[in-house]
Design a protein around this ligand. Structure first.
Ligand code: GRF
Length: 205
């Protein structure tokens, strides 16, 4: 069975959506641990309250790679074989990304490749797009760039604020992320160049 490690920095609502889906039996996986680089992140306490091994690994005072090596050691110790970034607000080092090739997922609140980086919802409003959404993608060494697992769309309304748009995107995130994790944990997809494609069940085995 797949063992998932979830990395967070904040409130952890996507983390909770994944935990809920696992508890409901929708994802054949267990969560080995949740790690936060922000020790007082609300999501860390929420994970702990759910009985999850919740680890604070403060990045301050460490180089990026030194911090990532600590996270990697904690994940390996718990047999994690799929890493989910859920509002993890730091870039990962090449060391970390190469340690889990095609086994790190991220969620981003826009339809990538539009609006990568911070404040994606604000960027969408400022640009005036009529449709935005969220993207779950495989993490590679470029920011918000790796192969796309799935996307969900959200209409932008004339009177949307950053808060109202973010809230509607978040609803879609909470559906998209568990579904993407299910596809990976179940071995139903594989990465083929820039594409994430369905595994042909008839060809397997
Ligand atoms: C989400 O909007 C996610 O797409 C982005 O950061 C936010 C995290 O929210 N990467 P939460 O911590 O999962 O509630």
């Amino acid at each position: 069975m797949t063992t998932i490690g979830i990395l967070i920095s904040g409130r952890g609502s996507n983390m909770l959506a994944i935990l809920d889906a696992i508890e409901e039996g929708q994802i054949p996986a267990r969560v080995g641990c949740v790690i936060s680089n922000v020790p007082d992140a609300a999501g860390l306490a929420a994970a702990q309250a759910r009985g999850i091994d919740a680890i604070a690994l403060d990045h301050r005072g460490l180089t990026r790679e030194a911090h990532d090596r600590r996270m990697h050691a904690a994940l390996v110790e718990r047999d994690v074989d799929l890493v989910c970034l859920a509002g993890y607000m730091r870039l990962l080092s090449p060391y970390f990304i190469r340690s889990y090739p095609n086994r790190i997922l991220n969620i981003h609140p826009s339809l990538l490749p539009a609006f990568p980086g911070l404040a994606a919802q604000r960027q969408a409003l400022d640009y005036g797009v009529k449709v935005t959404g969220c993207t779950v993608h495989v993490v590679d060494e470029e920011l918000d760039h790796g192969p796309i697992v799935l996307q969900r769309t959200v209409d932008v309304l004339d009177d949307d604020t950053e808060a109202s748009l973010s809230a509607r995107i978040l609803v879609e995130e909470h559906a998209a992320y568990p579904e993407a994790v299910r596809l990976f944990a179940s071995g139903l997809v594989r990465v083929d160049g820039r594409s994430v494609v369905r595994v042909d069940a008839s060809a397997a085995g």
